[in-house]
Design a protein. Sequence first.
Length: 255
Amino acid sequence: MAWPVMTPRARSSRWRAGPATPSAPMTTPTPEPIRLMLFDIAGTLMRDTGRTPAAYRAVLEDAGLEADEAWIRRRIGMRKTTVFAELLAAAGRSESEAESLAEAFDAVFLDDLDRTPPERLPGAAESWDAMRAAGVLVGWISGFSREVGDACIRGLGLTPDVAVGSDEVAEGRPAPDLVQMAMRRTGVADPRTVAVCGDTPRDLECGTAAECGLVVGVGHGTHQLEELAGWPHTHLVPDLVGFEHLVLGTHPPNG
């Protein structure tokens, strides 16, 4: 089944915390073939049935901290120590507690994975396998720690060529570090040959900051396409069914 691809938008090479200023569609040169495909995990490959906000709520309650759902949602995809440090600072407490709170988050999330195995989102496994079969390196980058990310991907039954958790880089999203580390680990030098796909504004900011050739927002996770449209991207898609055709530059059988 073919899915619509929305018009590419202009992108800034610098990441920023606010939404992109609406701009006219850009004229792009012939794209470079994609050599490296990097997926976000929760809300992109894996159905997130509220696991992430639930883990945040559990940790915050134990720590005597408060944050409303909207505040947490705006920070989905970010490094957990960064989120907890922000909350601690707002509460007048030492940010040194952030690391232990992030570890508590991991423990809650891993326990939930043990009780309820993760579920693949439509098209995730098929597009992943099709791109690897075509010679594209495929992996994940995430606001999760490496331990949590590995557990999610194992549960989904996917085999990555590269993986980068937020605890393995100097800065998490929206900085480009996750993408750049994945590039170093795979030997891919040109960011124009890298594609990033995620369901949050932070995913799009990260891919844009790294100057990736494809920066794709997917609408079956935490954010609707209408919400992602105001952030820098090259494409928006409703799901991952047939996603490999966008990355490989091929046409669906019935497209």
